[in-house]
Design a protein around this ligand. Structure first.
Ligand SMILES: [Zn+2]
Length: 448
């Protein structure tokens, strides 16, 4: 939902770029799952390592291992033990860091769990986890050494939860192409055992909705989608403001951080347990609910409801956050004003403070475009009266400029188009800058 900012979004070469051939030299083809706890308050944070697991298959990239597509708000880095040689880098944002911006974080210290998958190393590695602040400064760091022969690395495998492929990007072969595709797992949340048929239909609706939106339509051969049949003792999820708490597989609830429509889970370890037997890179928790809500956190989690009338729009919007690190282009109330400080370029590819605009979408704006770009008169998106007005709004998504307002701030943060899927639900399209970001990150994860 609320992603934080920090630095330039271009593809950064971190160190020596390891090639696909080198993958097999350093990694054995399985996944190493690393569980951490991030804890603190509004001005302090600490990182604790909890446990390591190994799962049967690695679904992530096998090339460009030491590069990162975006900076995110945190990073996990594997180095050959005792050396500076980077073997693998992964970046992310976290619910914990979102929580740090809340009022609650000014008066209590809390802990949030999280998990990461990295390729299982053949030899000893030094693993460093860092968290960064709004100014892209590292504010917490933990380095620990992991020996792949450690007898306490717990193997995970079949957990009794069945899964089935909804879509295989490289055809209907029995074995999905893990390396050539982004592997998206959809977990059933709030579906009772007699609602699994509905879940499978809803998963098909997820695939249809995603692939109905460009650039996902053009990229569909680069995705696998697998449905995880986790059953709930009760139908539906928890709605604390109605006093309703349900026992569900991923422990989602509305009212996260006391925001009614913020539907999220903070039980990441539990979610990874559900996926013990499934190769995956991205997670959508599909909630059996018709109440508006959801969230997307870059490389952590996407949550959407299956039955709200805006299901399709919310799905692609939240997946824009969780998968491509896109920032919110709206700015209704200036409630998160500290999130994008004026001296720091956001890392989100579709927001800029003009600190380093050259590396953002400067190449996509027509010559002579004024900065800031003056908005044109558009129909009120809340009261679309006819097709002409709808067309006018959709056309506004494709005119690239530098429009002031975005990232919850009406001043000092700029967005690429007057309207975009990352701004309002009422338009069909991503702006060209968001579309390019989705294409770039997909190519990054699937390059071989
Ligand atoms: Zn956009």
């Amino acid at each position: 939902m609320k992603l934080r900012s920090l630095m330039s979004a271009c593809l950064l070469l971190v160190a020596t770029g390891l090639s696909a051939q080198q993958f097999d030299k350093y990694f054995d083809g399985r996944s190493l799952r690393l569980d951490y706890v991030f804890a603190g308050d509004n001005h302090s944070q600490e990182i604790y390592f909890q446990q390591a697991y190994v799962t049967p298959q690695w679904a992530g990239r096998r090339a460009r291992l030491a590069e990162k597509p975006l900076n995110g708000n945190g990073q996990i880095t594997l180095r050959a033990s005792g050396t500076d040689s980077i073997l693998y880098v992964h970046t992310f944002s976290t619910l914990f860091q979102e929580w740090q911006a809340t009022e609650e974080a000014t008066r209590v210290r809390r802990a949030f769990d999280t998990s990461y998958l990295v390729p299982m190393p053949r030899r000893k590695v030094d693993i460093t986890v860092t968290l960064t602040n709004f100014h892209n400064q590292v504010v917490a760091s933990l380095t620990h050494t992991l020996d792949p022969t450690d007898i306490l690395i717990r193997p995970l495998g079949p957990n009794g939860i069945s899964h089935r492929y909804v879509w295989k990007g490289k055809g209907e072969a029995s074995v999905p192409d893990l390396a050539g595709c982004v592997d998206l797992a959809i977990i059933a949340e709030g579906y009772a055992s007699n609602e699994m048929d509905k879940f499978h239909k809803d998963c098909q609706r997820v695939a249809d909705a995603l692939f109905a939106h460009e650039p996902f339509t053009s990229l569909k051969d680069q995705f696998n989608i697998v449905a995880i049949d986790a059953t709930s003792p009760e139908s539906g999820t928890s709605i604390p403001h109605l006093g309703r708490w349900n026992l569900t597989p991923t422990a989602t609830h509305y009212d996260m951080f006391y925001t009614e429509r913020y539907l999220m889970s903070q039980d990441i370890h539990r979610i990874y347990d559900l996926l013990a037997d499934v190769p995956f890179e991205q997670i959508i928790v599909l909630v059996n609910s018709d109440t508006y809500g959801g969230g997307g956190i870059y490389n952590q989690l996407n949550v959407v409801t299956a039955d709200h009338e805006t299901f399709r729009q919310v799905l692609v919007h939240e997946f824009g956050h969780g998968y491509a690190g896109l920032g919110d282009e709206y700015f209704y109330d200036d409630s998160y004003e500290s999130m994008y400080p004026s001296d720091t370029e956001p890392w989100e590819p579709n927001l800029t403070t003009l600190v380093d605009f050259r590396n953002k979408w400067a190449d996509l704006i027509p010559n002579g475009t004024p900065i800031p770009t003056p908005p044109v008169a558009l129909p009120n998106f809340r009261q679309i009266r006819n097709d002409k007005e709808r067309r006018q709004l959709n056309e506004a998504t494709q005119r690239v400029g530098v429009f002031e307002g975005g990232g919850y701030q009406s001043h000092g943060v700029y967005r690429p188009a007057q309207e975009c899927r990352m701004k309002i639900n009422e338009v069909e399209h991503f702006c060209p800058v968001c579309s390019r970001a989705i294409r770039r990150i997909t190519d990054f994860y699937t390059s071989q």
